[in-house]
Design a protein around this ligand. Structure first.
Ligand SMILES: [Mg+2]
Length: 222
């Protein structure tokens, strides 16, 4: 099952795309650097603020998903996907873990947002991991946007709504996601190498071909 995560106000406690477009950054798409990412995290850490919404729980969710053979993608409208790896590294992910995560950025028009939600980002992520674009039932989306949540549900994608406020008290959405992930089996054709070593599995596809895909991680092909 593919775990698809929104970035702004879902993993983060703030909106990184908007922040980078405005003062003091005033950046154009694709111009953000590691230094900008670190500056953002610094600004949103002032006065004991937390730049990540529920950092430890989100880190644990991503880590457990990868360990259990569920591929992970970041599906964001951001026009600055180039800093997402740095942000995730600061969340606590290792280089090895980061290399498995697919990042799909890219903004849609307001009209397309209300028509597709995160569908295009999700379908590209499915394809990246060797699923069919139409394998919508193999995806769980976490997003703070009610519109994206509703559209996903209508598209046959399992979706969990994340509270959009700053560090909300409600954390049960993690339980919801874990329940869905635990119920699902590791799905064809994705299967990481470290699992094939310990399990007896017969498959028609070449495992090495599929796992090689995981080393190519960073979009943005939008
Ligand atoms: Mg968001």
């Amino acid at each position: 099952m593919l775990l698809a995560l929104d970035l702004d106000n879902t993993i983060l406690n703030f909106h990184s795309h908007n922040a980078l477009c405005l003062e003091p950054f005033n950046l154009k798409p694709g111009q953000a650097t590691t230094a900008h990412a670190l500056e953002l995290l610094k600004i949103y850490s002032l006065e004991d603020k937390k730049p990540f919404k529920h950092g430890p729980q989100m880190l644990a969710l991503i880590r457990e998903s990868l360990l259990n053979g569920h591929p992970v993608a970041i599906v964001s409208y951001t026009l600055f996907p180039e800093i997402i790896q740095t942000l995730l590294e600061k969340l606590g992910l290792t280089t090895e873990e980061l290399n498995k995560i697919y990042i799909r950025g890219g903004l849609l028009s307001a009209e397309d947002q209300s028509k597709y939600g995160k569908l295009i980002h999700i379908e590209d992520s499915l394809e990246h991991f060797g699923f069919k674009k139409t394998d919508h039932d193999q995806v769980i989306l976490l997003d703070d946007s009610y519109q994206n949540y509703m559209l996903a549900e209508n598209q046959g994608i399992k979706a969990v709504l994340v509270p959009d406020e700053y560090e909300p008290e409600y954390t049960d959405y993690f339980k919801e996601v874990k329940k869905i992930l635990n119920q699902s089996r590791i799905t064809y054709p994705y299967l990481p190498k470290y699992l094939t070593n310990s399990l007896e599995i017969s498959m028609d596809v070449s495992l090495s071909t599929e796992t090689d895909k995981l080393t190519n991680v960073v979009g943005p092909n939008w």
